[in-house]
Design a protein around this ligand. Structure first.
Ligand code: NAD
Ligand code: TDX
Length: 332
């Protein structure tokens, strides 16, 4: 089996590459990544070159993606502009990569008759009230809020249309918030851990009542591999691990695990249009495909993640200053 992993030098894509490398030793993996500010070849360093190849290119480049897709059996499409705050600052790369890029991948898999798994997010469903007993299911209507989530929603709809109109062999997954090692310092958990390492305060948007449904990135990878191998063509599967927590709870846990009191917590300007709550119902993935998450103890997973950032400063340090400069411009 030969797979092409777009965005395989990013946070989740690189975790998937390591996961498949370990779990499917007879597969060949080609990573296809533009290496934007969010991509880092160090994330996939140390893998045997006879089993893992690397192409630096843009998914929106029709010739480059066509040539790569022609050589593979299946495409697992992680590449995206992935950060909501950036999309509020400048939506244009989100249109380019998430919409045009996904379109070019669809055209290539259509032409060459290749299997596609499209990786998406729970944010396409909009947000839930705090006391809503319902969670997102594959039947929840799309209602995205930000330029990021609307371009991801648009990419999902393109995939659905290419399945129905052209018979493309694709599946889609929508996952909740991931955490773990190798996540860019722009995202909430690594930003706060590295702030504390730098003697800076945690930056909490608004009151901190917003709820995210946390899943360890390795559980996202096992979910994607399960769907790639066992999922029904044309279907959407939601990936989540019942990890709902509000931001204030997460921040307090980071403070506790890093031995600091609440004087280290600073309330900053809220994100415009800030989604209130995400929550995933992963029943379909459990019951139809037999998937279960492994990393269900958030406190242990968070403690390991903190340790990883403490031990790997050389990995995140080059990104930290520019990231905080961007936040300063946004007043957050
Ligand atoms: P990331 O920003 O860490 O990585 C994105 C990767 O894509 C980078 O390596 C980047 O260089 C590459 N890339 C960007 N534009 C490209 C282009 N035009 N051509 C080729 N490569 C390009 O993102 P992530 O957090 O790892 O997210 C990966 C995927 O998972 C995305 O599709 C995202 O929407 C989805 N997702 C993320 C989360 C989360 O919590 N982070 C949750 C659910 C779904
Ligand atoms: O400094 C911060 N302080 C803060 O309170 C940052 C960066 C964020 N927040 C809040 C905003 C959100 O309520 O924390 C929560 C999580 O923020 P992000 O890490 O930016 O993630 P989110 O916007 O929830 O989106 C993430 O999950 C779904 C990923 O970035 C997306 O790629 C994925 O689709």
């Amino acid at each position: 089996m030969k797979i092409l992993v777009t965005g395989g030098a990013g946070f989740i894509g690189s975790n998937f590459v390591h996961y498949v490398y370990r779990e499917r030793p007879d597969w060949h993996i080609t990573v296809y990544d533009k290496l934007t500010y969010a991509g880092n070849k160090a994330n996939i360093a140390g893998l045997d070159e006879s089993r893992v190849a690397f192409i630096q290119a843009d998914i929106a480049d029709p010739e480059a993606i066509d040539a790569a897709v022609a050589e593979t059996d299946a495409v697992i499409h992680f590449a995206a502009e992935s950060h909501n705050d950036n999309s509020l600052h400048d939506p244009s790369p989100f249109i380019h990569t998430n919409l045009i890029g996904t379109f070019q991948i669809l055209e290539a898999v259509r032409k060459h008759g290749k299997r596609l798994h499209h990786v998406s997010t729970d944010e396409v469903y909009g947000d839930l009230e705090l006391d809503d007993p319902a969670k997102f299911t594959p039947e929840t209507p799309y209602n995205p809020s930000s330029p990021y989530s609307s371009t991801k929603a648009g990419s999902d709809l393109l995939v659905r249309a290419w399945v129905r109109s052209f018979g493309v062999q694709a599946t889609i997954s929508n996952c909740s918030n991931n955490y773990g090692p190798y996540q860019h310092v722009e995202k909430v958990i690594p930003r706060q851990i590295t702030n504390l390492i730098d003697g800076q305060k945690l930056k909490l948007y608004g009151s901190g009542e917003n709820v995210r449904d946390w899943i360890h990135t390795e559980d996202h990878s096992s979910g994607v591999l399960t769907i790639l191998e066992k999922g029904r063509i044309g279907e959407t599967y939601l990936i989540g691990a019942d990890g709902e927590k509000n931001n204030l709870e997460v921040f307090k846990l980071i403070l506790k695990l890093m031995g600091k009191d609440e004087s280290w917590l600073e309330h900053v300007n809220d994100r415009p249009g800030h989604d209130l709550r995400y929550a995933i119902d992963a029943t379909k993935l459990h019951e139809e495909l037999g998937w279960t998450p492994k990393y269900t103890d958030f406190e242990t997973g968070l403690a390991d993640t903190i340790k990883w950032y403490q031990d790997n400063e050389a990995w995140w340090r080059p990104q930290k200053e520019a990231t905080e400069a961007k936040y300063k411009e946004l007043g957050r």
